[in-house]
Design a protein around this ligand. Structure first.
Ligand code: KIV
Length: 279
């Protein structure tokens, strides 16, 4: 096990995030690398190294192929970019569902090797025992209920969760993870009214993604919000920029200049001889 080179923990701890329940909205975004983490850190309370990195960075079709090693590698990079925001790393599919002991072993590796303050795992009532096991053994847990993308094959797609009969299930899941000691819970793609009811019912912060402005906080995938990820465009994403189009324009301009031999220009190359004191 190799320790992260970072020594001082970011200022916002999981208990500090939990204490924000009912106060100013908790601002969260994903980060998968150090430069993005630096930008997120300047404006957000919590940075999530989400397993969405499998789709966004590695071009996978779902999050199911993401490994513990991938999460640790990206987690180490993100940690180097954070000073203030609470850092949470997702536990990937297949690394925690088997037993509380399996979850502890893998969560401990994530914590020790990345410097994260907490892990996130998907699931409600069925994961409560595992969450209790981890939290009572020094591993803070952020829970994730509603649409849990690792269960996409069970749901038959990335569908809204919690309409009709499923309403009670989402409420029971949120209450179970809160009762098991999670310090916060992500509510993904749950109807607005239900999201507000859950927020009122549980003592821990709810972090919405496609849920409700009434949640205690919000999270999005940063690349979705910046317009950098175009494979699909969820209704719940509000794009604050179109960086994908801007990057496309820049790469096209570079390619044209290289082909025209107008790049590099005289200001980008080095003289054979130094003239006077000039370098
Ligand atoms: O993997 C992820 O990015 C998430 C989110 C809640 C955004 O789980």
């Amino acid at each position: 096990m190799s320790a992260t080179p970072q020594t001082s923990a970011p200022a916002l701890s999981p208990p500090a995030i939990a204490a924000m329940k009912g106060g100013a909205p908790i601002v969260c975004l994903t980060a998968y690398d150090a430069p993005t983490a630096r930008i997120v850190d300047a404006h957000c309370d919590l940075a999530l190294v989400g397993d969405s990195l499998g789709m966004v960075v590695h071009g996978m079709d779902s999050t199911l192929g993401v490994t513990l090693e991938m999460m640790i590698l990206h987690g180490r990079a993100v940690r180097r970019g954070l000073r203030r925001a609470c850092m949470v790393v997702d536990m990937p599919f297949g690394t925690y569902e088997e037993s509380p002991a399996q979850a502890f072993r893998n969560a401990a590796r994530i914590m020790a090797e990345t410097g994260a303050a907490a892990v996130k795992l998907e699931g409600g009532v069925e994961m409560a025992e595992t969450i209790r096991f981890l939290t009572s053994r020094s591993i803070p847990v952020m829970a994730h209920v509603g649409l849990t993308p690792q269960a996409v094959n069970v749901f038959g797609g990335y569908k809204v969760q919690g309409r009709g009969d499923a309403r009670a299930r989402v409420m029971a899941d949120a209450q179970a993870v809160a009762g098991a000691g999670a310090f916060s819970v992500v509510l993904e793609k749950t109807p607005q009214g239900l999201s507000d009811e859950v927020t009122a019912a549980v003592p821990i912060p709810t972090i919405g993604i496609g849920a409700s402005a009434g949640c205690d906080g919000q999270i999005l995938v940063t690349e979705d919000m910046l317009g950098l990820f175009n494979d699909f465009r969820p209704k719940f994403v509000k794009r604050q920029a179109e960086l994908g189009a801007e990057a496309d324009r820049a790469v096209a301009a570079y390619a044209e200049e290289v082909r025209a031999r107008s790049f590099p220009g005289p200001e980008h190359v080095f003289a054979d001889q130094l003239k006077g004191a000039a370098k």
